[in-house]
Design a protein around this ligand. Structure first.
Ligand code: NAI
Ligand code: MG
Length: 477
């Protein structure tokens, strides 16, 4: 049985209740986590405050950097163990699980190096004054983590918060807690003081809600659905608590007739099948120049038919979805497509070895998806790619911007002027030209516009969100 990790100790929830842990590859329970409640959150927030007041606020930026670097080393030493934990808990193919552990190492390394480079400024002002700005931590930060990339999102969120001098209370998603409990144990071994990183598991509407409401939490980072993002903002507004929100996307891959298709095709496929499409930055809409629409769909269709789906340990192109309700969500979208007469170009294959009790979905390529249909508007969070054609550059921009989201956009063209025009006109937090996702990019600020959220994570930029700026003016004559 898995326990909460509070003040560097494994503890049970005061509820006495647990939640089963399911392996998505076969749908079977193999462990339990604590079903925590508001009392457990109280305990964790108190531990975090004690840590801040007694130890953490006196630790230098350089020492925080050393601690994060030691944690990066610990995670690297335990990378295979963490990848295997994540694989079973979340159904990740081996390559993906290993990539996630490697990304966690990179986040801690990056933020280790950033700790003592974060500083304020001195400002020119009136004669006889000296003015400076200090970047101060918020204090106790709350982190509500989703289940699609637990280690990566923990790395960007908790790594950044610690680097900026905060302490953390973390609520992992109920479907994906195991790796993060282990990472918190490794942090204690690396020398993090009791209360700097606390993990409290349980359901979102119970323990997540209690965390978001807690008056002792001074900043909230949330990654998840727009619906819960709205709730978090409402709850946080009661006490004017700042939030950083990453709420997913419906990101377009825009392919012009002059694009290098040999480069674009594998990137378009990877961007929708990686992690079974359960990726906030999934390239889930394919906008294609009408001049090459038919031949591109033909090539993509052949490639989709070769994609194989199966148990995580088989390390195929695609693993299972996280849980039965997610599988049902994808099925509902696909049956809506059928009702609307949206043509299916091709589907991948679920291998015979995949147990019927697992949560599998074959990658699916749909074409001529009407721009206002929910398949072209809402996040499916499954391996479903929706293609449509455009007439010219203006039409491409119009389609690209025609959703409530704006997280990532991919643009494929050899025309240098068009690259810049398109990058300026698409409403998106990140734009990739002749690549998609830049291989993860720990260093690259990430976040959305419109309903994709606000605030930036990753890179140095994230540190500004994890601090508050104090202006100090001294009159010395
Ligand atoms: P969700 O938004 O309910 O879950 C995300 C996190 O929020 C989890 O840790 C959950 O326990 C927590 N949570 C849930 N209710 C809460 C509440 N009332 N107060 C505080 N925390 C709460 O997302 P869900 O239901 O797991 O997935 C539904 C859809 O959301 C997906 O199909 C996908 O479209 C989107 N999603 C997007 C993610 C992204 O990376 N941007 C990640 C996860 C989901
Ligand atoms: Mg699980």
């Amino acid at each position: 049985m898995q326990l909460n990790y509070i003040a560097n100790a494994s503890v049970r929830s005061s509820s006495g209740k647990t939640i089963p842990v399911i392996d998505p590859s076969d749908g079977q329970a193999f462990d339990e986590i604590q079903r925590s409640n508001a009392q457990d959150i109280d305990h964790a927030v108190q531990a975090a405050h004690d840590c801040m007041d007694t130890v953490w606020r006196k630790i230098t930026a350089a020492e925080r950097g050393r601690l994060l670097m030691r944690l990066a080393e610990k995670v690297e030493q335990h990378a295979d163990e963490l990848a295997m934990i994540e694989q079973r808990d979340c159904g990740k193919p081996t390559k993906q699980a290993k990539a996630d552990a490697a990304a966690l190492v990179r986040y801690f390394e990056f933020y280790a190096g950033a700790c003592d480079k974060l500083h304020g400024e001195t400002l020119p002002y009136l004669d006889g004054y000296s003015v400076m700005t200090w970047r101060e931590p918020h204090g106790v930060t709350g982190h509500i983590i989703p289940w699609n990339y637990p280690m990566q999102i923990f790395g960007r969120s908790v790594g950044g918060a610690l680097a900026a001098g905060n302490v953390c209370v973390v609520k992992p998603a109920e479907d994906a807690c195991l790796s993060l409990i282990r990472v918190a144990q490794l942090a204690a071994e690396a020398g993090f003081p009791a209360g700097a990183i606390n993990i409290v598991t349980g359901y979102g509407h119970e323990v997540g809600d209690a965390l978001a409401r807690h008056k002792g939490i001074h900043h909230i980072s949330f990654t998840g659905s727009p619906k819960i993002g709205t709730l978090i903002q409402q709850v946080a507004a009661e006490r004017h608590c700042p939030v950083t929100l990453e709420l997913g996307g419906k990101s377009p891959q825009i392919v012009f007739a002059d694009a290098d298709l040999d480069a674009a095709i594998p990137a378009v496929i990877n961007a929708i099948v990686q992690n079974a499409g359960q990726t906030c930055s999934a390239g889930s809409r394919l906008l294609v120049d009408e001049m090459i629409y038919e031949p591109l769909l033909e090539r993509l269709g052949q490639a989709f038919e070769r994609l194989r789906v199966g148990p995580a340990t088989m390390d195929l192109d695609v693993g299972p979805l996280i849980r039965q309700t997610q599988q049902q969500r994808v099925w509902d979208f696909l049956s809506d497509a059928q009702v609307a007469g949206i043509p299916m170009v091709a589907q991948g294959e679920i291998v015979d070895e995949a147990p019927d009790t697992g949560f599998y979905q074959a990658p699916t390529l749909l074409r001529d998806v009407p721009v206002m249909h929910r398949l072209a508007q809402e996040e499916v969070f499954g391996p479903v790619l929706c293609a449509m054609s455009f007439r010219d550059e203006n039409h491409a921009v119009e389609l690209a911007n025609a959703t409530q989201f704006g997280l990532v956009a991919g643009i494929w063209t050899r025309d240098g002027s068009r690259q810049f025009r398109m990058a300026k006109r698409v409403q998106s937090g990140q734009v990739f030209i002749n690549n998609y996702g830049a291989g993860g990019g720990v260093e690259l600020p990430f976040g959305g516009v419109k309903s994709s959220g606000y605030g930036r994570e990753k890179g140095f930029e994230a540190l500004y969100g994890f601090t508050t700026l104090k202006t100090v003016a001294i009159k010395h004559g």
